[in-house]
Design a protein around this ligand. Structure first.
Ligand code: HPA
Ligand code: ZN
Length: 319
């Protein structure tokens, strides 16, 4: 029995496996610039975040209808359930779809076809988090938030993703204020490739409750001390960090030191179809390669529920 866990850092578009990409391409008459799944898989060698994002956005071309988004989310939920995921807070990137002429309603209602039945069908409770693309303008983010207003009963919070360096959190001050005004929870990617200062800015300017990645906090002892003191959760993604070369090898990952420092770390999969593993695979990898004890793994699983947006009673039931 895999350890029950919550997944708090998961881009639904990053769960698009090559087989499903080709199936959806055929269904929608989209031609992918790869002969087959084997050839596509050879493209999964990344130098950095941007080289991954190029492929991530390219493959999204196959997602066109509500049913496509439902099939994508259902496939993720089935895989996640098999790895012990009981609760998932799921990012989606509406701007990447709106830009292709796929409306907000198609994306949200499509995802909801799967998420609305996720407890019944997969034993997983879910939340949706709308991410703004930080390499797009602040105006575009605000328009996206407005486009989401009819669907806010389906959306728990907002996040910030895509190319980090050169796009500091402060760029999105107004849209995060507007999101808070609408009662949305706030998270943001910070300190994946960007400097520790982006983590501080995400906390102080955007008012985030949780930091996605946050890995580079280790470069600033005063920031680590603050994150420990304020019990700010970090949603780490070890296999992602290896594939995007944020760390040299998994053996070099600072997770054990971060736990020793008292940081509220969680382990997640980010874009599992691209990075070689779902939530349980990430747990297994840090167990095997970083020598984390069973107690440490249980701590990580407990942290994942503590750091989630579940209410206390829901949290207990999920565990
Ligand atoms: N980082 C930033 N943006 C992203 C990622 C990531 O790992 N995955 C999907 N969008
Ligand atoms: Zn991410």
């Amino acid at each position: 029995m895999p350890l029950p866990k919550a997944e708090l850092h998961l881009h639904i578009e990053g769960t698009l496996e090559p087989e499903l990409a080709f199936e959806l391409a055929a269904r929608n008459g989209v031609t992918l610039p790869y002969a087959d799944t084997d050839e596509l898989r050879t493209a999964y060698r990344f130098e950095d975040l941007q080289s991954f994002l190029n492929l991530y956005y390219e493959l999204m071309a196959v997602l066109r209808t509500e049913q496509d988004f439902a099939d994508l989310a259902d496939a993720y939920l089935a895989r996640a359930a098999a790895q012990g995921v009981r609760h998932a807070e799921i990012f989606f990137d509406p701007q990447a779809h709106l830009a292709r002429g796929v409306p907000m309603g198609t994306v949200v209602e499509g995802l909801w076809r799967a998420l609305g039945g996720s407890e019944r069908n997969h034993g997983i409770s879910t939340r949706l988090i709308l991410c703004f693309l930080r390499d797009e303008s602040a105006e575009s983010a605000m328009e996206t938030l407005q486009a989401a207003r009819p669907y806010l009963d389906r959306i728990t919070g907002v996040g910030l993703d895509s190319a980090e360096v050169g796009h500091p959190p402060v760029k999105f001050r107004e849209v995060y204020e507007a999101a808070a005004g609408l009662g949305l929870r706030r998270v943001a990617h910070a300190g994946e490739e960007g400097p520790p200062e982006y983590i501080t800015e995400a906390l102080d300017v955007l008012g985030v409750e949780r930091v996605d990645h946050g890995l580079r906090c280790v470069e600033d002892p005063a920031l680590v001390e603050r994150l420990v003191r304020e019990r700010i959760p970090l949603t780490l993604c070890p296999l992602s960090n290896v594939r995007l070369r944020t760390v040299d090898t998994l053996a070099d990952h600072p997770l054990p030191a971060m736990l020793d420092a008292g940081l509220l770390c969680t382990v997640n999969s980010d874009d599992p179809a691209y990075f070689g593993g779902y939530a349980g695979d990430n747990f297994a990898a840090v167990h095997r390669t970083l020598g984390l004890t069973e107690d440490r793994l249980r701590e990580l699983a407990r942290n994942s529920f503590l750091a989630s947006f579940l209410e206390d009673d829901e949290e207990r039931r999920a565990r």
